[in-house]
Write a protein of this length. Structure first.
Length: 326
């Protein structure tokens, strides 16, 4: 009921009477009053005026089940929504739900994580109230050989979602990091379960630095947050909603060909590495070159000093800028 009330308050032009709310939802005045008090306790500023009704004065940065349900406008992401005030890892939760048969598009969101997952087993710090920690259960009918490109899709979704919800000019650092002013704002971790050369499910985890005020030590040189770049607090639920909508858009396009051929041009426009000098950290031997963009398989094309072009495959190597993170 609280998610319906929030949606109605946001859509209202001015005040919304208690009777209008009662009639719309088929509940008593007491139920509406109770729900309003709960929303106020969660951090919403709701003005109540006799003979006029209720008015949502300002939108607080609240992350709850009701808030997310009222903000999500995606078609299939969030068809099942699981929210946690605190959890070990949204990827861990999503994997457990997937094993139990959770539907395609199941969305798991947490306000904080105590065991957030980063790449190569690293811990992803996920404090309460300052970030977006979310994971999506996907059940794509594609070959496991094509699944690695889903992480590029997620990167594109974060960049578009951040741009549309905040106005910040986010870009992609190959393959899937979202960056602002050359610093990382997002990490993406994709995990897959297969059986008999078929995908059982894919979990795409997304962590975005939103209202973090500072980063310790050397991390400050490579990481930033939406708040630091915007200069003001950012509401997280509209960002989550925008990322979910963008993810659906790119995912559906990707499934048409199961590669990046249709999305390649757009991806390369958003690629911060394009035409920049990069260092390819390959276990077989590192080398420098100029990043040219991705190919249809999502590999980064790098022109070496000798003029040859190498195809760098995501997951096998790392790419760093010579004069900075990008």
């Amino acid at each position: 009921m609280k998610s319906e009330i929030l949606s109605m308050l946001r859509a209202a032009d001015g005040y919304l009477s208690g009777q209008q709310l009662c009639d719309k939802m088929g509940v008593s005045r007491t139920a509406v009053w109770k729900a309003m008090n709960e929303l106020k306790e969660e951090g919403y500023k709701i003005e109540a005026v006799r003979n006029r009704g209720y008015h949502l004065v300002e939108n607080a940065d609240v992350i709850t089940q009701a808030e997310l349900q009222s903000m999500l406008h995606s078609k299939w992401i969030g068809g099942r929504l699981e929210y946690f005030d605190e959890t070990d890892s949204t990827n861990t939760r999503a994997r457990k739900l997937a094993e139990e048969g959770a539907i395609h598009g199941t969305l798991v969101v947490a306000d904080s994580q105590w065991a957030g997952k980063g790449r190569r087993g690293r811990l992803w710090t996920s404090p309460k109230g300052v970030g977006i920690w979310m994971s999506v259960v996907l059940r794509p009918a594609i070959s496991p050989l094509h699944a690695s490109m889903l992480t590029l899709i997620a990167g594109m979704a974060v960049v578009k979602g951040v741009r549309s919800s905040t106005g910040l000019n986010a870009m992609i650092k190959w393959p899937n990091d979202a960056v602002l002013e050359g610093k990382k704002i997002c990490g993406i971790l994709t995990e897959m379960s297969t059986e008999d050369e078929c995908i059982r499910y894919v979990i795409t985890g997304i962590g975005i630095n939103v209202n973090i005020d500072e980063f310790p030590g050397e991390l400050a040189e490579t990481a930033t947050s939406l708040k630091l770049e915007k200069g003001e607090n950012i509401r997280r639920s509209p960002v989550i909603s925008a990322v979910a909508e963008a993810f659906e858009e790119y995912y559906d396009i990707f499934l048409e060909t199961c590669d990046m051929s249709i999305l390649k041009e757009e991806y390369n426009r958003e690629l911060a590495n394009t035409n920049r000098e990069v260092m390819v950290l390959d276990p077989k031997g590192q080398y420098e070159g100029t990043a040219l963009g991705i190919d249809n398989e999502g590999s980064l094309l790098v022109k070496k000093k000798d003029g040859t072009v190498a195809s760098v495959i995501s997951g096998e190597v790392s790419v760093r800028g010579i004069y900075g993170y990008v």
